[in-house]
Design a protein around this ligand. Structure first.
Ligand code: URA
Length: 196
């Protein structure tokens, strides 16, 4: 019998929790597969878990996560209506940037999450997930300052996916002008969702 979404996602999450495909597997406390609805229309993709995410095994539960919750609430969404994950599922030491090798080892999990959930909109948060996702769907990445809030229409076997890159909430925490841009981009996301 064909497995349903829930079963496929649970199996995948289990695989991620036990993954040893790169050295981060030996350094983490918990891998962070992702959280939210398996039927979500919108998927948010951050960079990698930080200290609190690694402790709890859940994405965006620190200060950047609080801002993300606020931004979601401003457009009438809650965490259980969307799916939130990262391009790299284990915490890099001292929260350093993920390496190309780590992204290469880990990104097949994100590919699989997209295939199972089949979101209509993907929001890369920050340049690492933006670069990966734009290239994956055949677009040439540009600086995030130029293309945040813009939409890229990708065509997949299961239909159209709109990709709208945004600044990473952690960057916006310390830079009020970026926070304003992020707020505006969330309003664009709200309009987009009203029309799909
Ligand atoms: N930053 C990220 O990119 N992801 C998290 O889960 C938390 C902070």
């Amino acid at each position: 019998m064909k497995m349903g979404k829930e079963e496929l996602m649970k199996k995948l999450e289990e695989k991620i929790r036990n993954c040893q495909k790169c050295p981060l597997g030996t350094l983490r406390t918990n891998a962070v597969p992702g959280a939210g609805s398996y039927d979500a229309k919108v998927m948010f993709v951050g960079e990698a878990p930080g200290y609190w995410e690694d402790q709890k095994g859940l994405p965006f539960v620190g200060r950047a996560g609080k801002l993300l919750d606020e931004l979601l609430a401003e457009i009438g969404l809650s965490r259980d209506e969307v799916y939130i994950t990262n391009i790299v599922k284990c915490r890099p030491p001292e929260n350093r940037d993920p390496t190309e090798e780590e992204i290469k080892a880990c990104s097949p999990y994100l590919d699989r999450q997209i295939d199972i959930i089949r979101p209509k909109v993907i929001i890369p948060l920050g340049r690492y997930s933006m670069n990966y996702l734009l290239r994956k769907f055949g677009f040439e990445p540009e600086p995030i300052s130029r293309i945040h809030g813009k939409t890229f229409e990708a065509h997949t076997l299961f239909g159209k996916i709109i990709i709208m890159p945004m600044y990473h909430p952690a960057a916006a925490l310390y830079k009020p002008p970026l926070r304003e841009e992020l707020r505006k981009d969330f309003q664009k996301l709200k309009s987009l969702l009203e029309n799909i």
